[in-house]
Ligand binder design. Structure first.
Ligand SMILES: NC(=O)c1ccc[n+]([C@@H]2O[C@H](COP(=O)([O-])OP(=O)(O)OC[C@H]3O[C@@H](n4cnc5c(N)ncnc54)[C@H](OP(=O)(O)O)[C@@H]3O)[C@@H](O)[C@H]2O)c1
Length: 332
């Protein structure tokens, strides 16, 4: 089969190469899935350049999110050959086939395409857990979402709207306002404007945001426009800096600053994982969540490098997806 293969740490995505390697052998507990589409993540770049906390032994195939069709079932009777599934593994998605533990797979909801399903495994439950389990968003709350056009951001906009919140989308570039509005944002601000916190205060009638969802590293600035009893959810550090926060400013407005580590639920509260997914599947079924795929879709494994570069340059919105199945297919 064709797959990206990492034999030594790369300098940059442009060094990625497609090779012919054997189709992986699935263990009893694993599904063998013919990959249709792969979701693209910034951390793939860290992984291929040896800068990620996890360093798989060489050779390995990068890629953490996929959708596709089961071609060999496992001991897990929930799945049979021909089922459409999506899932995630630490590595292996940038390939024509992936062998993956069935516990890391879900059936694709019938109203989602392969392309949409390829990029939801990480973003949607992260944003659901951040907004519902951590910030306890209530109907009518003002929710300020940073990097609102990004992967977790756009999911947060949709989920907050589905929960009945009023959403302010914050992005770096005003070019991303349209996509945020299309996904339900009531208002948009750019955190590159020097007075953006003043704009949030004005939009909320002086009250401030009840909930701030922050994948960027905007806690200090957001404290200027958070409401009394506000909740700030620390999701990530896309801007590259881990902030230090003066705790007196948390005290002054009765603010709760909380973290979300979705992956941490696997070992700490595994029961919450299904709870989150069941709630998400219901929202998808009801048509309230529509995963956004960046256009144009990237075609073929040779374009993974272009997809990664676009993500690194902040040019994408929603999820960048690579349609893998259009590469010439190997026979099993
Ligand atoms: N805690 C968890 O469990 C969890 C789970 C998933 C992801 N995350 C984290 O959440 C963050 C966002 O993930 P994502 O999948 O949404 O990524 P993404 O789709 O690549 O979006 C990231 C966005 O961050 C914004 N950004 C602001 N400053 C930036 C900078 N200096 N460099 C690059 N981007 C910058 C950009 O939007 P603008 O151009 O609009 O500024 C960019 O599009 C990442 O840090 C990721 O590690 C955390």
């Amino acid at each position: 089969m064709r797959a990206l293969v990492i034999n030594s740490w790369l300098k940059a995505p442009s060094d990625l190469k497609v090779e012919d390697i054997p189709v992986p052998t699935a263990k009893d507990s694993e599904l063998l899935v013919r990959v249709d589409s792969a979701g693209v993540n910034f951390f793939d770049i860290l992984m291929i350049t040896g800068k990620y906390q996890l360093k798989p032994p060489f050779p390995f195939t990068p890629g953490a999110e996929f959708s596709g069709t089961v071609v060999k079932a496992s001991s897990d009777k929930r799945f049979k050959v021909g089922d459409r599934v999506f899932g995630s593994n630490v590595t292996g998605a940038y390939a024509e086939y992936i062998a993956v533990p069935s516990i890391y797979c879900f059936p694709i909801p019938r109203n989602l395409s392969f392309e949409q399903a390829a990029g939801i495994f990480i973003t949607y439950p992260t944003s659901y857990a951040g907004l519902v389990l951590r910030a306890k968003v209530q109907r009518g709350d003002w929710v300020l979402v940073h990097a609102a056009a990004g992967g977790v951001g756009i999911a947060a906009v949709q989920i907050a709207k589905a929960l009945g919140a009023r959403v302010i989308a914050a992005t770096g570039s005003k070019d991303k306002f349209d996509v945020c509005r299309q996904q339900g944002a009531d208002h948009c601000v750019s955190y590159n404007d020097s007075d953006w916190t003043g704009q949030v205060l004005k939009l909320t009638g002086g009250k401030g945001a009840d909930v701030v969802y922050d994948p960027v590293g905007k806690v200090n600035e957001s404290l200027k426009c958070v409401a009394w009893n506000g909740r700030i959810v620390v999701v990530g550090f896309a801007a590259g800096t881990i902030e230090k926060v003066a705790t007196n400013r948390i005290l002054l407005k009765n603010v709760a600053v909380t973290g979300i580590n979705w992956n941490g639920y696997v070992h700490n509260e595994p029961e919450k994982i299904l709870e989150a997914w069941n709630a998400l599947f219901k929202l998808v079924e009801d048509g309230l969540l529509r995963p956004v795929v960046f256009q144009p879709i990237f075609h073929g494994l040779d374009q993974v490098k272009d997809a990664l570069k676009a993500v690194a340059r902040r040019e994408t919105y929603g999820k960048a997806v690579v349609k893998v199945s259009e590469s010439p297919t190997s026979k099993l």
